[in-house]
Design a protein around this ligand. Sequence first.
Ligand SMILES: [Zn+2]
Length: 284
Amino acid sequence: MPPRMLSHDAYRVGWICPLQVEQIAAMLMLDEEHESLPQLPADHNVYKLGSINNHNVVIAGLHQPGNCPAATVVAQMRMTFPNLRYGLLVGIGGGVPVETDYGTIRLGHVVVSKPTSIHSGAVQYDHGRARAGDFERTGALAPPPAALLNAAQSLAVQRAMVDCDPVWEDTQRMQTSRRSLPRFKFPGVANDHLYQSDYIHQRAGASCEEGGCDPGQRIERPIDDGDESFVVVHRGTIASGELVVKDAELRDRLAQQYGLLCFEMEAAGALADFPCIVIRGISD
Ligand SMILES: [Zn+2]
């Protein structure tokens, strides 16, 4: 059967995936793909259209990471699909090794934005006045739509209560044995190394193994011998900014200041004009 063609008005959910790998993952979650639609010359996005559980979804990637590209993609997407109501910003992020109700944040876990008593779910950490070496946040970001927060909570309750886990079922769509998909799997606790925060890593841009970082500087942590097929989801404040935080001491200071669980680079741009829930898989 050829793919269906719907009207622009039929789409309610916008899904932004900054990286190509993230877009592949998003596409694999579609129940059905739809025919692409015409768009104005001023709209430079390339859309993938489809549905998930009868929700019509528009998927778009970014040609480069960052807040500005995210803001542009969202603005054009909303122009072409005027009825979009819910935004999902989905990708990888840098985890902060702190404790939540679901244990310590580790490699391969997921962080979902959720408002706390102080923050709206996401903070922009590089958009403030520098004061005494710290950033003072000046711009508050929009909270996720209430319907998505309720859905996230309902899913957490369901996962806690029943053995059949809908998240696990969805991950089974990733046939990691296929030649093109081996990266889409749990990275494994054996690769989850946390170094002392004052340790200077040997080679920027290289992994610790490639760069020859000293394994003696790793922090000994108890091996989490839980079920590796269970995706642990933490919910709380996500930090968005383009200042790449490579310095673990700065990471820890910002994290403590704002109660952060995760760092990423696009939420502040996407959220400027569109209520989104931010979902990040911890990749480093
Ligand atoms: Zn290293």
